[in-house]
Design a protein around this ligand. Structure first.
Ligand code: ADP
Ligand code: MG
Length: 344
């Protein structure tokens, strides 16, 4: 008998997915894109749909002590839509499945659904089904999102070419710092229940954590501007991890300029308070749900005009490696220290 036992932690999240799916066969001609991107793409008689799914577990992905249920409902939908936009597709439908612990009341679930419906309305998607069951391990949320895209217009992680420019929307690192803040306040509260946390001055970072906005606007702007990104991914695990996904899938290297990484002033202040590097939070924090993408050089001028998009580096040959160029002019190898549910 083979008694080999391999610890999951030795593979990591992405290694595990690769291990489990390396022998996965696709049998249908309509399966255009399978495991390995933000969403899968299937072709049904000439119409193409993108599909993505996410699982959120209480205690792993969210803490109900400081997560308002309405925000949680909104976020559960939002993070899935982010994966659809990251394909340059338009979300149209979601299903929502819940594992509900007996500590929940109907009123609590109503609140959760208020957030779900708010996201559906804002992003014009229909909730079309799901599943409901009881749970002994806390609140479990699974959302599947479906979207549509014009034939072969979807953008994968694998299309980046040498000399393409690396772009990212919005700013990075604030969500992670918002989480650190909420965790700190939780600890203080548990030690001194009389003290109410004062988060008034930290609305930005806390908002980024609790109510992330998927970048439908960026996807639409790119379309209107006539810019087709060569590759795209959403930033759920941190900039370095996502950029490495693009480079691995595209078989390229990259140069990322530290000084170009967009970081909000509030995030910088918070990083100082926590005595962590703001850049490190952007690289490894995660949950920003911004769009990271590459464009051809010829699209530089148009893109540079959008103040909500930063051009942060460029794609190189694979042999040049994946590099972060610091403000001081030093080159560091970019490593994936992305937030990982198996370590979290
Ligand atoms: P994202 O962060 O964009 O949601 P993930 O890192 O969760 O993407 O997943 C990467 C890829 O692996 C996706 O294509 C996803 O569908 C696939 N995947 C994740 N878990 C599994 C699994 N257990 N079995 C098959 N495919 C999976
Ligand atoms: Mg994604």
């Amino acid at each position: 008998m083979d008694t080999t036992r391999t610890e999951i932690a030795s593979l990591g999240e992405f290694g595990l997915i690769e291990h489990l799916t390396k022998n996965n066969e696709t049998r249908n001609a309509g399966t255009l894109l399978s495991v390995g991107d933000d969403a899968a793409v299937i072709d049904q008689f000439g119409r193409q749909s993108v599909i993505s799914t996410d699982l959120l577990l209480e205690g792993i992905h969210f803490d109900l002590m400081y997560t308002p249920l309405k925000h949680l409902g909104y976020k559960a939908v939002a993070v899935n839509l982010s994966d659809i936009y990251a394909m340059m597709a338009t979300p149209t439908h979601i299903t929502l499945s819940l594992g509900i612990s007996n500590k929940f009341s109907v009123e609590a679930l109503d609140e959760f659904y208020e957030g779900v419906y708010a996201a559906c309305e804002e992003f014009d998607v229909d909730l079309i089904g799901g599943d409901t069951t009881s749970s002994k391990i806390g609140f479990v949320i699974s959302v599947t999102a479906v979207g549509e895209v014009a034939p072969d217009k979807y953008v994968t992680r694998s299309g980046a070419k040498v000399n393409d420019l690396i772009c990212v929307s919005g700013d990075l690192g604030a969500a992670y710092l918002g989480l650190q803040l909420l965790e700190r306040e939780k600890k203080i509260f548990l030690e001194n229940p009389g003290i109410q946390p004062d988060l008034e001055n930290q609305k930005y970072a806390v908002g980024r954590m609790l109510k992330p906005a998927p970048r439908a606007d960026i996807k639409e702007w790119l379309e209107k501007a006539g810019i087709t990104p060569t590759s795209m991914i959403d930033v759920s695990d941190g900039l370095s991890s996502e950029l490495l996904h693009i480079c691995t899938a595209s078989d390229t290297g990259c140069i990322l300029y530290e000084e170009k990484i967009p970081i909000h002033d509030d995030a910088r202040k918070l990083a100082m308070e926590f005595q962590v590097g703001a850049v490190a939070c952007a690289l490894s924090g995660g949950e920003d749900y911004e769009l990271l993408f590459t464009i051809k050089q010829e699209d530089y001028e148009k893109t540079a005009r959008n103040n909500d998009i930063s051009i942060i580096g460029y794609i190189t040959e694979k042999t040049e490696g994946t590099n972060l160029l610091t403000k001081g002019g030093n080159k560091h190898k970019l490593t994936a220290q992305g937030w990982n549910a198996f370590h979290g």
